[in-house]
Write a protein that binds this ligand. Structure first.
Ligand SMILES: Cc1cc2nc3c(=O)[nH]c(=O)nc-3n(C[C@H](O)[C@H](O)[C@H](O)COP(=O)(O)O)c2cc1C
Length: 387
């Protein structure tokens, strides 16, 4: 077992073990990837204030997110095709999250279905909905989430169409991979991944295949998806989904105060300041820079969370100190999953937790709920002296 001390250690192992097509699907942003890079780079612009001679015993990173107890203010974000990063990936990640005490979010675009994940876990998880044109599918998938005891619906607002990611097009991304010469050559060096995939039946989009008459084979799913994301999505439709769902609602992909105000108005329980990990609108600011104006607009009315760019517990600490009630991580846990399955996701969470806990203590705090902006040194104009 290799010695893993950082999330980046997991990324390096992940890169060696998972087919190039899926590594690049994860480790990519749209167009020039400027926003993808800024998301992480901007965290490192913020510095921490070291405090001394403060009692650092009996620390706690426990808090709540939409009323649910969490071991630390971190949830696993919805990530498409997780079951292609490792056989049964969604089930393994959900189990690791459950054991660690943090929420897991299953995407619409998962390989393991909602029912499958529910059957292999013991606590409720969250389900992320992509709003599709097919209203019948939409109603049925919400009903399936309810039947599976999902405890919150995460509606993603920043993907009414796909941002162009060059490498996915060049790699011919599909699930499962097509048997082209390039794929066969690459898969030959990823035997561990291949053996896992041979050992599972879950190799297709589990929430879709078998639930739509026109979709029976993987090639059809890609085509179905491409035309199904609903470009007409608006606040009226979000309200309608809120009413059909009737439970806790999280709106993800909000970057601007005007949109945050709308989200608060329709009664969202939480919003996620997110640019989809730099995979949609390239050229958008990093989410850590976008946080402050959103907090000023709605911070007293709705829980404001943040994702995009988090690779360490220090990033979580900085987001919380800036005012986020919670965070989500995407790639950081996928690296762990691709590297070592369930144990890898657990390791990613352990690393992040340890970094968060110790850094909080070095900044003079014992309870994450008491951390405030005064532990930070934030560059002047960080949250926008833009015209
Ligand atoms: C490979 C990959 C697939 C993703 N798929 C989805 C998805 O299906 N639904 C969704 O709402 N967000 C999706 N996202 C965005 C994540 O939920 C999250 O916003 C993003 O990963 C946060 O950035 P980070 O990866 O830097 O932590 C995906 C992100 C990645 C990296």
């Amino acid at each position: 077992m290799p010695v893993i001390t950082t999330v980046d250690d997991l990324r390096r192992i992940y890169r060696r073990r998972v087919p190039k097509m899926f590594y690049e699907y994860c480790e990519t942003g749209s167009w020039t990837e400027q926003t993808f890079r800024d998301n992480s780079a901007d965290f490192s612009q913020i510095r921490l204030r070291q405090r001394v001679a403060v009692d650092m015993s009996d620390r706690s990173t426990r808090t709540t997110m939409i009323g649910e107890d969490v071991a630390m203010p971190v949830a696993l974000a919805p990530v498409g095709l997780t079951g292609m990063q490792h056989a049964d990936g969604e089930i393994l990640a959900a189990r690791a999250a459950e054991r660690f005490g943090v929420p897991f979010t299953l995407t619409t675009m998962s390989i393991c279905s909602i029912e499958d994940v529910a059957e292999h876990t013991t606590k409720p998880f969250w389900f992320q909905l992509y709003v599709m044109r097919d209203q019948d599918f939409l109603r049925r998938i919400i009903a399936r989430a309810k039947a599976a005891q999902v405890s919150a619906l995460v509606v993603t607002l920043d993907l009414q169409m796909l941002g162009q990611r060059h490498r996915d097009i060049k790699n011919g991304l599909s699930a499962p991979p097509k048997p082209t010469l390039a794929n066969i050559v690459n898969l030959a060096t990823r035997w561990r991944w291949g053996l896992g995939m041979l050992g599972t039946k879950r190799r297709r989009f589990g929430n879709i295949v078998g639930h739509i008459d026109s979709v029976s084979d993987p090639a059809d799913v890609m085509a179905w998806n491409a035309e199904q994301f609903d470009p007409r999505l608006d606040w009226k439709q979000i309200e309608a989904i809120r009413d059909i769902w009737g439970g806790k609602l999280i709106l993800k992909g909000i970057m601007e105060p005007e949109d945050a105000v709308m989200a608060a108005k329709i009664g969202a329980d939480a919003i996620v300041v997110s640019n989809h990990g730099g995979r949609q609108l390239d050229g958008a600011v990093s989410s850590i820079r976008a946080l402050q104006p959103v907090l000023e607009a709605v911070g007293d009315r709705v829980e404001v969370w943040l994702d995009s760019g988090i690779r360490s517990g220090q990033d979580v600490l900085k987001a919380v100190a800036m005012g986020a009630r919670g965070t989500m991580i995407g790639r950081a846990y996928v690296y762990g999953l691709g590297a070592m399955g369930e144990a890898g996701v657990t390791r990613a969470l352990e690393v992040i937790h340890m970094e968060l806990d110790k850094s909080m203590a070095f900044c003079g705090h014992r309870d994450i709920r008491e951390v405030r902006r005064d532990i930070l040194r934030v560059p002047k104009g960080f949250s926008g002296e833009w015209d």
